[in-house]
Design a protein around this ligand. Structure first.
Ligand code: ADP
Ligand code: MG
Length: 359
């Protein structure tokens, strides 16, 4: 269960609880303190934290590397994002990219820039989230960088993974008549953000209000504590299905579908009535007067996987509750199209995350 503490900034300034200034530790003391609980579990990690660079060895496999940068005020708002969740999510968004290559995640590095408004206790929270993610997802934390920032908090994670060359799945392999498949359900993370933003405004007007967010707990959890789909490459391997193309859903279904189509040089028919939605998404869309299809198409931050498979593999996946066939690949001339519930064909648009937020 997620505990929301609104107005985190006020908490940082709380004079009643003791806070340790980062300057009391110095840079090396800080790095030592934050990284002391990390231990190495992978054979491929030859050397982790402590030298000028970490050393890795992947016998026979190929290595995948991916980075994401999260910036306070752009990607997260500390008035409602607990630092522990932020640390966890910063790891998840990177692992999601590794799984989208059909690879196993093995190591991460973590770099942070912090201003002196953050006491040591705040960074301990951030690192508790990072450690929890590393433990659950079985990745070694093998390095990073620590520096100061004049304003907010920046956190950048780099993830490393491995896979057999033949197992790696790119965005460019989709072929005409392949089936388009998505994991889990869509739109919840975006609605979670809408709920949190609304409550933030309520809090500003009445700081003593206690929000009752029980009915939105699934949505808020999807926003604050997303889980990368580590299970999917393993599941597909077990089913003996190798996707022809794959991508993770960070910016919204619509733009990810368009990436697959562009890189594979194909078109797609996406069926509106097949898009998987949680019941809470449907009810909250009604409450917020939003169209649930628009939210699923353009919401983003779901961190589900989107992939294509050959038609002949359909019997292997059809009974699986984690996987939903939402469309099929067409030739390029047909373009990327949404087939609506009214059986109308409309062109998909890659709206992505920011436009919908500004509307
Ligand atoms: P350098 O001067 O070579 O950049 P640092 O003193 O920054 O080395 O880092 C010392 C060691 O601690 C390195 O192994 C580095 O990868 C690791 N490290 C530094 N900052 C972090 C961090 N925020 N999280 C995890 N490891 C870190
Ligand atoms: Mg450094």
């Amino acid at each position: 269960m997620i505990l929301i503490i609104f107005n985190f900034a006020a908490m940082l300034e709380d004079k009643n609880t003791s806070k340790t200034q980062l300057s009391d530790l110095g840079e090396f003391g800080l790095i030592k303190h934050l990284t002391k609980h990390f231990n190495i579990t992978h054979k491929s990690t030859v050397y982790g934290i402590g030298d000028d660079a970490a050393v890795l060895a992947f016998e026979g496999d190929q290595c995948v590397v991916t980075t994401d940068l999260l910036v306070e005020g752009v990607h997260f708002d500390l008035s409602y994002v607990p630092l522990k969740h932020l640390g966890y999510k910063a790891v998840m968004v990177n692992l999601s990219d590794v799984y989208a290559m059909n690879a196993t995640a093995t190591q991460i590095t973590v770099s942070i820039a912090v201003s002196n408004r953050f006491p040591l206790e705040a960074l301990e929270e951030l690192y508790a989230g990072i450690k929890t993610a590393a433990d659950i997802y079985k990745v070694d934390v093998i390095g990073g960088d620590t520096t100061s920032s004049t304003t907010g908090l920046l956190i950048s994670v780099t993830a490393v993974g491995q896979a057999k060359a033949d197992d790696i799945v790119y965005r460019n392999g989709a072929k005409e008549s392949d089936l388009l498949v998505v994991t889990g359900d869509l739109g919840a993370a975006y609605l979670g953000l809408q709920v949190l933003e609304r409550e933030k405004e309520v809090f500003k007007v009445n700081p003593n209000s206690q929000p009752d967010l029980d009915q939105y707990s699934y949505l808020i959890e999807r926003q604050l504590k997303p889980e990368a789909r580590k299970d999917i490459p393993e599941l597909l391997k077990g089913l003996e299905v190798k996707p022809t193309s794959m991508i993770d859903i960070s910016d919204g279904l619509s733009s990810e579908i368009m990436h697959l189509c562009e890189q594979s040089e194909v078109g797609v028919h996406l069926y509106e009535n097949k898009i998987p939605l949680d019941p809470t998404v449907i009810s909250t869309c009604e409450e917020f007067n939003l169209n649930s299809t628009t939210v699923a198409l353009n919401g983003g931050e779901d961190y589900e996987l989107l992939f294509t498979i050959k038609q002949e593999d359909y019997p292997k996946i059809k009974a699986n509750p984690n996987l939903t066939v939402i469309g099929h690949i067409t030739n390029k001339d047909q373009g990327a199209a949404l087939i609506t519930r009214a059986n109308e064909k409309i062109a998909l648009q890659a709206q992505g995350w920011n436009p919908i937020k500004n509307n």
